[in-house]
Design a protein around this ligand. Structure first.
Ligand code: SAM
Ligand code: GLN
Length: 296
């Protein structure tokens, strides 16, 4: 068997550095962070453990496990897929083949929602929330975590994704306030809801082959594909949401890059009021588009 570049005979610190260098020379973004996460996972150590045991040698078993992870990352499998887990809004979420890896950009939707609750645009007294296309449950579970009186329902067309979301709700102690329903967008929901959120599929079909390997070969296409122009989901879910909002309720959707203005137009056409600019993500891209259903 060829010697393992990551040990044994390598210290934890040495293995981490060696892996970071290999990932970097293979053109992997965030090589240092990925190396730290993979070493931590292979050795079942948190950051403190890795620091305090930096000089310890890897066992043969640890080195073999780490090399397996390294090979997968070098083949462009995302770290979140290798670990089967990703943090969103500080909450650990399990993933499955049916769920998108939740993105930090999507936290902008949670931020906009909390802004509306804080300003009392929507009441935080027992609010009823729907998350359309919930995937791992990321947005819904972040909101239920932040708003202790809230109750929420997540929908998805993928029963497997709903199973993952249910497991995440239970693991986070939020299962008693969350329900999950298999349907297309909001079709099976009656409402009224105080808040409807969604990060729908929005990539134009023709753009999918141009995405990174990490996304196009590892995220489910059902979670990405927004049809010819990318707006198929918005055209269905915005009118559905407008019908199901309580008077005074709000809709917040994630927008792909360059989509915010057209989404606002679809919201206005559904008789919703877009009363503030979209909230930008950390890269400055308008990401969370929101609108209110004005009381009659
Ligand atoms: N909300 C999760 C997040 O932000 O990480 C997942 C978002 S992912 C971009 C879109 C989700 O919509 C996927 O889970 C996908 O299965 C689901 N989806 C696709 N078409 C749908 C439809 N017609 N009705 C309901 N959900 C759908
Ligand atoms: N934000 C994801 C990406 O660009 C796409 C998710 C979506 O279509 N909503 O990879």
């Amino acid at each position: 068997m060829a010697p393992l570049a990551t040990g044994p005979g390598n210290s934890i610190e040495g293995a981490r550095r060696a892996l970071a260098a290999r990932l970097q020379s293979a053109g992997i973004d965030d090589a240092a962070l990925d190396a730290r996460l993979l070493v931590g996972a292979a050795l079942e150590l948190d950051l403190t453990g890795m620091v305090t045991q930096a000089a310890r040698q890897l066992t043969r078993e640890e080195a073999v496990r780490l090399e397996g992870y390294a090979q997968r990352r070098l083949a462009h499998e995302p770290v979140a897929r290798i670990l089967g887990e990703r943090e969103f809004w500080g909450l650990p979420l399990r993933l499955s083949d049916a769920t998108l890896v939740p993105r930090p950009d999507t936290e902008t939707v949670v931020e906009r929602a909390l802004e509306l609750f804080r300003e009392r645009t929507i009441s935080d007294r027992r609010p009823c929330i729907a998350d359309i296309g919930t995937g791992s449950g990321a947005i819904l579970l972040a909101l239920l975590h932040e708003i202790p009186e809230a109750f929420g329902v997540g929908t998805d067309v993928s029963p497997a994704a709903l199973g993952t979301a249910r497991g995440n709700a239970a693991a986070l102690g939020l299962g008693g306030r969350a329900a999950f329903v298999a349907c297309s967008y909001a079709a099976a929901l009656a409402g009224p809801f105080d808040l409807i959120v969604s990060n729908p599929p929005y990539i134009p079909s023709g753009e999918i082959p141009k995405l990174s390997i990490e996304v196009r070969e590892h995220d489910p296409h059902l979670a990405l594909d927004g049809g010819n122009d990318g707006y198929d989901a918005y055209r269905v879910l915005i009118p559905q949401a407008a019908e199901r909002l309580a008077p005074g309720g709000a809709l917040i959707v994630e927008a792909g890059q360059g989509q915010a203005a057209d989404i606002a137009t679809l919201m206005t056409a559904a008789a919703l009021t877009v009363d503030r600019p979209a909230k930008a993500d950390l890269a400055g891209i308008p990401r969370a588009v929101s609108a209110q259903k004005m009381p009659p």
